[in-house]
Design a binder for this molecule. Structure first.
Ligand SMILES: NC(=O)CC[C@H](N)C(=O)O
Length: 279
């Protein structure tokens, strides 16, 4: 596939010229080609083809502080790589690729059907609640308490392994309404390492790119701080975890998503009216 070039408006620091290169994850030159990358995006996918190369890409990004965005399978890959390299669980895997793994950090969603594939995916618009106001993704989305993004998957991060992963430094900063389904993962000490279970590309448009793509490009050209500061004037009103008297913790959801109109006409830069109906 030929490389392509894009002109992007970063809001803060004017325009940047971005050069995109598609690397096949099964390409033996994969690691070599990644060396010069300023940013890496691992997209969604099904089946185990190219998974090893995708794991190498996530590892390279994590270890070399290269801005990284993992989408759906790309997020699952980032979790697998982290479990293997940081937790030392060599056989950590998704049960999609290794049903017998002793360390299933990505598992089949309990409500899915293993026998009927058609229409059994978790599809369509679902709500993600931010756990922390100061994580990069919450800031990029403009300080909302939730975002509605579109989904297309059968597997998810194993909720029984999240505390182990979090103790080692991975942060699950976005979750569904139950708090058991991981939607956004970040590495807080990394310049830009974000994985999302949803597909931001489904609602991204040339003139209105998803906040996460904007963040990736900004980070890749050293402009992330400037872009985040641009959003800083929008009050960050994401509630912190509220510890309830019964010892359970929860987050309070604001039904309107704390929407604030930005000067560019977007509602916090997010395509959502906060009630699950999308434009
Ligand atoms: N859209 C995707 O990337 C799907 C990821 C993975 N194969 C799953 O079903 O969960």
């Amino acid at each position: 596939m030929l490389p392509s070039i894009g002109l992007l408006n970063l809001c803060s620091g004017g325009f940047v010229l971005a050069y995109f290169r598609f690397i096949f994850s099964i390409d033996p030159l994969n690691s070599f080609l990644m060396q010069g990358a300023d940013g890496i995006l691992v997209p969604g996918g099904f089946g185990d083809r190219g998974v090893q190369g995708k794991i190498l890409a996530a590892k390279h990004a994590r270890e070399k502080d290269v801005p990284f965005l993992g989408i759906c399978l790309g997020m699952q890959i980032a979790v697998i790589e982290f479990a293997r390299s940081v937790l030392g669980l060599q056989d950590a895997n998704s049960t999609e690729f290794d049903p017998e793994t002793k360390n299933p950090c990505v598992i089949f969603m309990p409500e899915g059907s293993k026998t009927h594939m058609g229409g059994t995916m978790r599809l369509g618009s679902r709500r993600t609640y931010f756990e922390f106001a100061d994580c990069k993704s919450a800031k990029l989305y403009g300080g909302v308490s939730f975002v509605d993004e579109r989904h297309r998957h059968r597997y998810e991060v194993n909720p029984n392994m999240t505390s182990q992963l979090e103790d080692a430094g991975l942060s699950f900063v976005g979750k569904d309404e139950t708090g058991h389904r991981m939607e956004i993962v970040e590495l807080p000490d990394h310049p830009y390492f974000i994985g999302v279970q949803f597909h931001p590309e489904f609602k991204s448009r040339p003139g209105k790119p998803s906040a996460l793509f904007l963040g990736l490009i900004a980070a890749a050209c050293g402009q992330l701080e400037a872009v985040l500061q641009h959003y800083d004037h929008v009050s960050l009103v994401v509630p912190k975890k509220i510890v309830m008297s019964n010892g359970q913790s929860t987050i309070k959801a604001h039904q309107n998503g704390n929407a604030t109109k930005l000067s560019n006409g977007l509602v916090n830069g997010v395509y959502s009216n906060g009630n699950g109906v999308h434009f």
